[in-house]
Design a protein around this ligand. Structure first.
Ligand SMILES: NC(=O)c1nn(CC2CCNCC2)c2c1CCc1cnc(N=C3C=CCC=C3)nc1-2
Length: 317
């Protein structure tokens, strides 16, 4: 049996987790009507679900205990729960974990539901976002990264598929299953730590060079992914593409990418300052607390960072 952070990964063992501040009665699966599948990962299935008492909609992430244990993913599950707990409900840009519960076979994460799907799906529908939308959502993403990094957390799997649109079309960053909680030894580039980290983390097209060469990842790894995301939402395609993960990795390590004809000139300059092999040279790498170097880039000219205002219309009305 495994008892970690209030989760017992064993059948028929209840965990005593203090209910969230609002002191709700411990939920069970029978408190929800499970609807369509929103997404499926290697270790989880996410369902749209409605609370039968409040009629509120949630996204419930369901994980099979036996599968997690068999694939030795217990630490990943506990880290995601811990990261979501740290984020709490104090940032508007991250999916919120309302509560967790279990039954003998499964773990349940009750998360906020983003009604309008993910950025990748929007890009598939309309090729690319307008430069106004690109600027707005990149700004929301930067504010989210400031919040995340200021709490010592690296996402490590940022990509358009993990950026969701809420019902009000504000951004919601999700899937913190690959996230890393930075500790002092991480910052000291501990060699033992690097040898220990041998599993690839992230998604091939968005992974940074340092995560490929020495499996180290830090806040700057998210800045690399930011550069890839800006490139994709402006152009509709990813910067590093190839017929296999190996070919994609080779292009990343050699910085082999170019810009399509007509790519916005100012956005191009911002992408070029983020897609830099040396993490320490990336725009924002030396900023403290806020990404001032990013905020001051010409791409965000006129942006009121204290009040971005409402999201621009996504569709021509
Ligand atoms: N892995 C997760 O944590 C997760 N996965 N999904 C569904 C994925 C579908 C493909 N793109 C990435 C997300 C979610 C979450 C968090 C919580 C979450 C909240 N709302 C939605 N909403 C959706 C609405 C329409 C289509 C897909 C998802 N989805 C999720």
């Amino acid at each position: 049996c495994l008892e970690v952070h209030g989760f017992s990964l064993c059948p028929s063992v209840n965990f005593n987790m203090t209910p969230p501040a609002e002191e709700v009665r411990k939920r069970t699966p029978s408190d929800y009507i499970f609807g369509k599948v929103l997404g499926e990962g290697s270790f989880s299935t996410v369902y749209l679900a409605k609370d039968i008492h409040t009629n509120k909609e949630y996204a419930i992430k369901v994980l099979e205990k036996a599968h997690i244990i068999r694939e030795k993913k217990t630490e990943n599950v506990m880290r995601e729960k811990e990261v979501l707990r740290i984020l709490g409900n104090s940032s508007p840009y991250f999916v919120r974990l309302y509560w967790t519960f279990q039954d003998p076979e499964r773990l349940y994460f009750v998360l906020s539901y983003a009604k309008n799907g993910d950025v990748l799906s929007q890009l598939e529908k309309q090729q690319c976002l307008s430069i106004e939308c690109a600027r707005y959502y990149t700004s929301e993403l930067i504010l989210g990264l400031e919040f995340l990094h200021d709490r010592g957390i690296v996402h490590r799997d940022l990509k358009p598929e993990n950026l969701l649109f809420q019902e009000n079309w504000h951004l919601l960053i999700t899937d913190l299953g690959s996230a890393k909680i930075m500790t002092d030894c991480d910052n000291e580039n501990d060699d033992f730590d690097k040898r220990r980290r041998n599993s690839f983390v992230g998604t091939a097209q968005f992974v940074s060079p340092e995560m490929l060469t020495d499996t180290s990842s830090s806040y700057e790894s998210d800045l690399w992914a930011l550069g890839c995301i800006i490139y994709q939402i402006v152009s509709g395609v990813m910067p590093f593409r190839g017929g296999s993960e190996y070919l994609v990795f080779q292009k990343i390590l050699k910085l082999l990418y170019d810009f399509p004809e007509g790519f916005d000139r100012v956005a191009k300059d911002l992408v070029e300052k983020l897609l830099v092999i040396d993490p320490r040279q990336r725009l924002g790498a030396n900023d403290e607390k806020r990404y001032t170097s990013l905020r001051d880039h010409a791409f965000f000219n006129g942006q009121n960072w204290d009040d971005l205002g409402p999201p621009p219309a996504m569709f021509d009305t």
